[in-house]
Design a protein around this ligand. Structure first.
Ligand SMILES: Cc1cc2nc3c(=O)[nH]c(=O)nc-3n(C[C@H](O)[C@H](O)[C@H](O)COP(=O)(O)O)c2cc1C
Length: 156
């Protein structure tokens, strides 16, 4: 069974809506053979990551950067998991009030350092999520679940 890891920092109803969209897409009945593991960024471990075939990262924008919680996740896993997760497909969603660009840049920079492979452009949402935002998150969850399947098959 392939594994999809979702590492998120969820701080409010708006960020919860985005996470729920990703979860619904990742768990769609149309995709079989993927186990979805959902971890708060402050609780996700190196083992969670090493077991994953693909990762969705979710964060609010905080002072032009990823949240401290997601940064903590990267600080935790960076050296211990780097060599064993090269090429790992990942996707990203970011929620902000008005400008998510610094947060996106920060995550993409660390993920590049890890040697991960960006599977899709990030989903960025400002303000209250609308139907299009929820749909984009649903798609992000579904395509990353498919990426987990493909990556697991390639590694088998
Ligand atoms: C300390 C702090 C820094 C923030 N910095 C940014 C920022 O740089 N860019 C941005 O778009 N939003 C920023 N925000 C807004 C958060 O991203 C936003 O509150 C979060 O995504 C949750 O959305 P909500 O408050 O609409 O529920 C910041 C919020 C806080 C508390």
């Amino acid at each position: 069974m392939a594994r999809l890891l979702i590492v998120h920092h969820t701080v409010s109803p708006a960020t919860r809506e985005l996470l729920d969209g990703v979860l619904d897409g990742a768990r769609t009945d149309d995709i079989e053979g993927v186990r979805v593991q959902v971890k708060a960024a402050l609780a996700a471990t190196v083992t969670d990551l090493l077991e994953a075939d693909a990762v969705v990262l979710g964060t609010p924008a905080n002072i032009g950067y990823m949240s401290g919680a997601l940064k903590h996740f990267f600080d935790t896993v960076y050296y211990q998991a780097q060599a064993d997760t090269l090429g790992l497909p990942y996707t990203l969603y970011v929620h902000g009030d008005n400008d998510t660009s610094g947060a996106v840049r920060s995550v993409e920079s660390v993920a590049k350092g890890m040697g991960w492979s960006r599977h899709r452009p990030p989903v960025t949402v400002t303000g209250r999520p609308d139907a299009a935002a929820r749909e984009s998150c649903w798609e992000l969850g579904a395509v990353t679940a498919l990426a987990a399947l493909e990556h697991a098959e390639a590694r088998a």
